[in-house]
Structure formats: C-alpha cells, structure tokens
Design a protein around this ligand. Structure first.
Ligand SMILES: NC(=O)c1ccc[n+]([C@@H]2O[C@H](COP(=O)([O-])OP(=O)(O)OC[C@H]3O[C@@H](n4cnc5c(N)ncnc54)[C@H](OP(=O)(O)O)[C@@H]3O)[C@@H](O)[C@H]2O)c1
Length: 314
C-alpha cells in the first residue's frame, strides 16, 4: 500500500517508518527540516518537506502522493518537560496540529481519494475521573477538565470527531498511553527520566492517579496494524497493566538507580503544578487495550511497564 505519514521524524514516526517499509509498503514521509531528509531516505521512505499548518502545501503534497492511507503523528511537545505550570503554553502548537493540522490533512486525503486515515490521540487525562479505574473506548470523557487541560482536551476532541466523522474515509483514532522507551521523554536522556534521577518528580497527594503506559515499539506495531486492518473507530493503545503513580513512580526510580521520589501533599502540588498537575497524580484513569488486541490482532511486546522499564531503562 502507499502510506503518507505526517510526523515521520518524531518518537513514533522514527519507529513506524522502517516497520512500514519492511512490511512492503511504499511510504511518503514528512519533516519540516532538510537535515532530517537523509534519515527518512535511509529508512526506505520518500521524504517530503511539509508544514502541516500550511493547508495549500498539505493539499499539494498529499494529492501528489496519492496515498491509500494517511497517518497523522505530528505533535510538538518538546517544551512540555515536567513544568506542569507551562502545560497550556507547551501544548499550543500541538493543539493547532490536532485541529488545523488534522483538518488540512483530512481535506487533502479526501481530495486524493485516500481510503483510510489513522491519527494519534491520548488515553490519559481525557477519560472521566469517575467510576472504575480502567476505561474502555466508549466510556465517557471528562465533562469538567481542570482549566489547564481545557485547550489540549478540546483539541483532542476536535481530532477525534473530525477523523471519525468523515464520510468515505475509514477513520481510526489511536489513543496512545504514556510513551516510554528510546527517543521518548521516558527513555534514556528523556526529560522524565532526568527528573526522576534528580528527584524532581514527586508523588503528589495519594498518588492514586492511574497511568497507562505503552512502549514505543508497541506503539509502532499497533499503528502498523491500524494501517493494514481493523474497523474504523477509536482504540486505546496501552499495555496490560494500568497502575497508580504511587506504584510505578517508585519502581521507575529504583530501576534508574535513583533515590525514592519525594512525597508532597496535594496543596503543595497544587501550588507547584496547578490543579491539572494534581489531577494527573491523583485522579486520572487508566485504559483497557482489549479492543486493540482483538481488532488489530496485536499483542504488546511489553505487556507490563514493570518488565518494560527494567528491560529498556535499567
Ligand atoms: N502519548 C504520549 O505519551 C506522547 C505523545 C506525544 C509526545 N510525547 C512525548 O513528547 C516528546 C516530544 O514530543 P514531540 O511531539 O515534541 O516530538 P516528536 O514525537 O519527537 O516529533 C513530533 C513530530 O511531529 C512533527 N511536526 C511538528 N510540528 C509539525 C508541523 N507544524 N508540521 C509537520 N510536522 C510537524 C515533527 O516533524 P519535524 O520536526 O521533523 O518537522 C516530528 O516528526 C516525545 O519524544 C514523547 O516522549 C508523548
């Protein structure tokens, strides 16, 4: 198949492009940087310089490529780091990529006659913070996200509605869990790993917020499966073991050979990280991967963050 991937040089794209080409697909892959073109070539894909926020350029590039499948993996979260106070600002560009970028890419995919569209979403803070600890795709989303999440949340909802609501294109939304592994913020040299090593990543309040992780290799495998088969719809792409912060964070510190994370009360966490920071540490819910396993015939290579952290971060 011919596959057009926006965001080929990113944490997901770098793993996904070689998987696609090794699986026999013809891949057209985008970056904004001429310096990254060579790496895309080396992975067996045809590079295209493209800014997803330029609608005319997106239209021209996709129509020229005539892909059967379009994949949207463009985000811009490098400045997110661990400063939760800057969360809204750090998400501004990603919000645009999830709204305008998605609309540009969908319009171009329609014009090119593409059959399928696969896009990145998130399985963490969007789910409602009520009921059971682990959510399926059709469980309600948060009806009153804290102020710090509102714009990122609205952008995710826009992307999911646009991708799911386009007649004549099979839309698949992949709600990835929190990434870890090479090239991610929770990989060697990544900002979260550094923060845990420096004891700047405390457990806040109860630490009862449930996080679903996914190794970046499993993200790539599941995304390849979504390109190739599976019904249109929304899928959680996460591992088998959603876990509370109070469990995974001390384990991560142990794996990294760091001291145990500090514990700080919620009021102090609120001062330092805002309400949304406290919510992430105390209230968010995890996600179930049952649908992705069933529909994509996908099994995570790292079913548990415990073995994944130990194998890839120790
Ligand atoms: N679910 C999760 O846990 C999750 C999700 C996303 C990110 N993250 C974390 O955040 C870290 C940083 O993420 P990131 O999003 O900054 O980087 P990234 O995943 O390394 O790359 C983002 C990709 O989006 C592309 N892109 C950005 N702006 C674009 C635009 N205007 N037009 C076209 N393409 C554009 C980039 O392309 P060029 O720069 O080459 O043009 C790049 O290929 C990651 O390494 C990961 O750990 C986590």
């Amino acid at each position: 198949m011919k596959v057009f991937i926006a965001g080929a040089s990113g944490a997901v794209g770098r793993q996904l492009v070689p998987l696609l080409t090794h699986s026999g697909h013809e891949v057209v892959a985008t970056t904004r940087s001429p310096e990254k073109v060579e790496a895309i070539h080396a992975a067996g894909a045809e590079p295209v310089i493209l800014d997803l926020l330029d609608p005319d350029a997106v239209m021209a590039a996709v129509v020229r490529a005539q892909p059967e499948v379009v994949v949207h993996e463009a985000t811009s979260l490098t400045s997110l780091g661990t400063n939760m106070r800057a969360f809204d600002r750090a998400f501004a560009e990603t919000n645009r990529l999830r709204t305008e970028g998605t609309d540009n890419l969908l319009a171009a995919a329609r014009a090119a006659g593409s059959r399928r569209f696969v896009a990145q979403s998130f399985a963490g803070w969007p789910y409602a913070r009520e009921g059971g600890p682990v959510k399926a795709e059709d469980d309600p989303l948060d009806s009153h996200p804290p102020a710090g999440f509102r714009r990122p949340f609205a952008a995710v909802r826009h992307l999911e509605a646009a991708v799911g609501g386009t007649a004549a294109i099979e839309g698949l939304v992949l709600r990835y869990g929190s990434f870890y592994g090479p090239g991610t913020a929770m990989g060697e040299g990544g900002v979260y790993v550094k923060a845990v090593r420096d004891r700047r990543f405390p457990i806040v309040g109860s630490g009862a917020g449930i996080w679903s992780f996914v190794h970046i290799d499993d993200v790539a495998d599941a995304t390849l499966a979504a390109v190739e088969h599976g019904a249109p719809g929304i899928y959680n792409v996460v591992d088998d073991h959603p876990a509370p912060v109070a469990e995974w964070l001390p384990y991560l510190a142990e794996v990294l050979g760091a001291k145990r994370p500090w514990r700080v009360p919620a009021w102090l966490g609120r001062l330092a990280a805002g309400e949304h920071g406290v919510v992430m540490m105390t209230e968010i819910r995890g996600a179930s991967n049952a649908k992705a396993k069933r529909e994509f015939r996908w099994q995570p290579r790292y079913p548990s963050w415990r073995e994944g952290f130990a194998k890839t971060l120790r």
